[in-house]
Design a protein around this ligand. Structure first.
Ligand SMILES: *Cc1c(COP(=O)(O)O)cnc(C)c1O
Length: 398
């Protein structure tokens, strides 16, 4: 996955352009910047590549998720349904707005369980946010129809699945809004950065203003611009955008490499009786950023995970025992350990987490191992790795 593995001359050239002009900010300074608009250019590339009308580049993927929600007017006391298997950023982005993350089970897709989503809808629900974890998607068709029936907004957290597709469309363009992260370990990196994409002009305009202190970006004089509503600063810098621009142009190539490496390992593991793979919803194509599989039970998964670590098979995650990606270890959220006072609405809204169990998700995550697919491996390294993985699984299975 990490695009940083393949930094090269293209990234250096884009950054050098920015340093030569001296304009590190994405807005204004029209004369001084000598025609360099890296953030704007990257937004255009994203729109073109993903066939989407609007892209708003931001300072992080977390900011992208927050801004997507805020742009649709979601805030204090509103409920957003999200999965219990995701990076902590997904709930942080919701909580930051005073909204309530309603966390529900996942199924064998490793993303939102459709029945659990249905059961979680209340009069306060405003949005459903599937997270396309480890390169594959939720059943978006089902979620779309639930949203249509209940008048809810669909926001895709596609931070780990850039380049994946669903029924011929780019992930991130199927819901009302889609979010990607360009942090240092993502398939495309800006160092730090993110983007919110949409075909809705109002959401886009709201995100554009909100991410820059409310600036309406009308005219040529920043000081004279109006502030139709309150905003914050979630801008990306030109330096970060420059890196991302070079990286994003290589996306097709990155996905091709990921797919090649993924298939070599998958084909090897498919020969083993104790291994099954995650379900990909009909019409979906993974981004191949991870290969995710299930073993027979928790004990075997723990043994295999340890064997991998002890035998040089790095970047494989047993998320059941991981502090950052699964509800089981989110005790700071469950116990509301906040540096600053939380609103009463949010405290009450989160209290269900002290009682709720996630048995269905446990039954999948406990047996799951997800292996990151690196770009910089040689083919020979991948073949060797696949064989070692198969041997280690075989010797740790009943
Ligand atoms: C990386 C990630 C984010 C957050 O992105 P940052 O750019 O690191 O803020 C959000 N959701 C998921 C699923 C992620 O993997």
């Amino acid at each position: 996955m990490p695009g940083f593995e393949l930094f090269g001359d293209a990234e250096k050239k884009e950054v050098q352009d920015v340093l030569d002009s001296g304009v590190l900010m994405r807005y204004g300074f029209d004369q001084m910047r000598q025609g360099h608009w890296k953030a704007k250019e990257l937004e255009k590339e994203i729109q073109f590549q993903f066939k989407v009308q609007y892209a708003q580049l931001l300072s992080s993927g977390t900011a992208a998720v927050s801004l997507a929600l805020a742009s649709a007017g979601i805030g204090a006391g509103d409920e957003v349904i999200m999965p219990c298997f995701t990076f902590v950023a997904s709930f942080e982005a919701i909580i930051m707005l005073g909204a309530i993350p309603v966390i529900v089970d996942i199924d064998d897709t490793l993303t939102l369980d459709i029945d659990a989503v249905q059961a979680a809808i209340t009069t306060k629900t405003k949005a459903i946010m599937p997270v396309h974890m480890c390169g594959s998607m939720a059943n978006l068709e089902a979620l779309k129809s639930i949203c249509a029936i209940n008048n809810l907004i669909l926001i895709e957290d596609a931070c780990q699945a850039i380049g994946g597709k669903y029924k011929g469309k780019a992930l991130g363009t199927i819901g009302d809004m889609g979010c990607f992260s360009f942090d240092f370990v993502k398939t495309v990196t800006c160092g730090e950065g993110g983007v919110m994409i949409t075909n809705n002009y109002d959401y886009y305009t709201n995100a554009d203003h909100f991410s820059d202190h409310g600036h309406d970006h009308n005219g040529k004089d920043r000081g004279a611009e109006l502030h139709p509503f309150l905003g914050y600063n979630f801008r990306i810098s030109e330096l970060n955008a420059a890196v991302g621009l070079a990286q994003f142009r290589r996306l097709d190539n990155f996905i091709e490499i990921q797919k090649k490496h993924y298939m070599i390992i998958r084909n090897e593991l498919a020969k083993l009786s104790g291994v099954t793979f995650r379900t990909v919803p009909e019409g979906g194509e993974e981004s191949y950023s991870f290969l995710s599989f299930f073993l027979d039970d928790l004990e075997i998964a723990r043994k295999v995970s340890t064997a991998f670590k002890n035998n040089g098979i790095d970047v494989c995650f047993h998320y059941y025992d991981n502090n950052w990606h699964y509800i089981r270890k989110w005790e700071h959220l469950i116990n509301q350990k906040s540096l600053l006072p939380l609103s009463k609405e949010l405290k009450d809204g989160l209290s269900y987490l002290k009682r709720k169990s996630f048995d269905k998700s446990d039954s999948f995550i406990s047996r799951n191992i997800s292996c990151l697919i690196k770009l910089s491996w040689t083919e020979n390294e991948v073949v060797q790795r696949a064989k070692t993985m198969a041997t280690l699984i075989r010797s740790n299975t009943h």
